[in-house]
Design a protein around this ligand. Structure first.
Ligand SMILES: [Ca+2]
Ligand SMILES: [Ca+2]
Length: 219
């Protein structure tokens, strides 16, 4: 019995099942997103203002995403933090993240500054899919950072599913934006669900195979 070739209809159905299982299995792995797997850049939406700390000595805006883990402790030095001062109230710093693939974001990890005069008071997030199409937005108000070593505040981020690009606009009520790091916990998104038209074509293919088998066997 086991030596007979696979029935074409059963083989086609098994293929369809495997597609579904692959989609379900890939959604299980939780990943911490930082400098190892994503990038960040200063966005064109940044308001007129000035960076008050330097990016010299090898430090770049990538120090936003250099926390090695979600529970890492970082101390506030010129080499580790970001400090931007907007020219006017309401202004802020725009950061653009590229995740390189689609993720379902679960948690934002935010290492804020420790004092109200300089900390980040609001972050406006905008989310985009793999084609760069906007699929959602939301705002969060982070708490003050812990002291003396700064650890992340973990914030549930009810972002849409399937996010590849994220824009974050950070602002402070008194023009100041000072913080250490941003990180995300996320899972790789399941493959997109086939369009109804694609499913119909696959069903048609199974039907054609079944028809051929019936003709061949006379059933
Ligand atoms: Ca840092
Ligand atoms: Ca503040």
């Amino acid at each position: 019995m086991g030596s007979s070739p696979p029935h074409p209809v059963r083989a086609a159905l098994a293929g369809l099942c495997a597609l579904g299982l692959a989609g379900a299995a890939s959604a299980d792995t939780t990943t911490y997103l930082n400098i190892d797997n994503i990038t960040v850049a200063v966005g064109a939406g940044t308001s007129p203002g000035s960076f008050n700390n330097t990016f010299a000595n090898g430090a770049t805006i990538l120090k936003v995403i250099d926390a090695p883990s979600a529970d890492a402790e970082e101390f506030h030095t010129q080499a580790t933090h970001i400090w931007f001062t907007a020219d006017s109230v309401g202004g802020g710093l725009e950061l653009q993240f590229d995740f390189f693939q689609r993720y379902d974001i679960q948690t934002l990890h935010f290492w804020n500054y420790t004092g109200e005069a300089y900390d980040v008071d609001n972050v406006d997030f905008t989310f985009f899919d793999g084609d760069g199409v906007q699929i959602g937005s939301l705002s969060i108000q982070p708490a003050l950072g812990s002291s003396p070593g700064i650890r992340a505040q973990d914030i549930d981020l009810p972002a849409p599913l399937g996010v590849r690009y994220v824009t974050a606009f950070l602002s402070g009520t008194n023009r100041e934006v000072d913080f250490q790091n941003i990180g995300f916990t996320a899972i790789v998104s399941a493959p997109p669900i086939p369009e109804p038209g694609t499913l119909a074509l696959m069903a048609l293919g199974v039907g054609v195979l079944a028809g051929r088998v019936r003709r061949r066997t006379g059933r």
